[in-house]
Design a protein around this ligand. Structure first.
Ligand code: FEO
Length: 169
């Protein structure tokens, strides 16, 4: 495997674990303000991010490439309102999309078609995650200022259940 592609894939393991940590922090915020449905939604999101990390980990191992686990950064944002959290979520997903695109570009440059094929799943996934993050913001804009509507939105998010990723390596 090309050294640059390898380095970027290895870094992505860390980025995905950080994403899990970040969403766990979001979940923690919502738990503390009593919105248990939002907390549930982000806890499941954290689980999905751990799955993403493990997919990068497994892909490198399957390719007989060295894996190096680095320290996971502390999520250090202080949120003053619910909307801040949701906006940070969208911003983060846009950042992750850019990371995936960078790896894809590096693989493309060296005609690493196998890595490109592996990353195709993530390209699609990022589209879905940006849509989800945008929907959360829209719903909060529409309903967040009305306690009854916020209660119902919280109930809706409480119904989210974890499903394993459709990509199996
Ligand atoms: Fe692993 Fe939310 O991207």
């Amino acid at each position: 495997m090309d050294a640059k592609v390898h380095e970027l894939l290895n870094q992505q393991i860390n980025k995905e674990f950080y994403s899990a940590y970040l969403y766990l922090d979001f979940s923690n915020y919502f738990e503390q303000v009593g919105l248990d449905g939002f907390a549930n939604w982000y806890k499941i999101q954290a689980q999905e991010e751990r799955d993403h990390a493990m997919l990068f980990y497994q892909y490198l191992q399957n390719e007989s490439q060295e894996v190096t686990l680095e320290a996971i950064a502390k999520p250090d944002k202080v949120f003053t309102c619910h909307m801040d959290v949701l906006k940070a979520g969208l911003e983060h997903e846009q950042y992750v999309t850019a990371l995936i695109n960078t790896i894809y570009g590096a693989a493309y440059d060296v005609r690493d078609f196998r890595t490109m094929q592996f990353l195709d799943w993530f390209v699609k996934e990022q589209g879905e995650e940006e849509t989800n993050a945008t929907d959360m913001i829209t719903k909060m804009e529409l309903f967040g200022s009305d306690p009854k509507s916020l209660y119902m939105l919280n109930q809706e998010l409480a119904a989210r259940v974890y499903t394993a990723p459709s990509l199996v390596l």
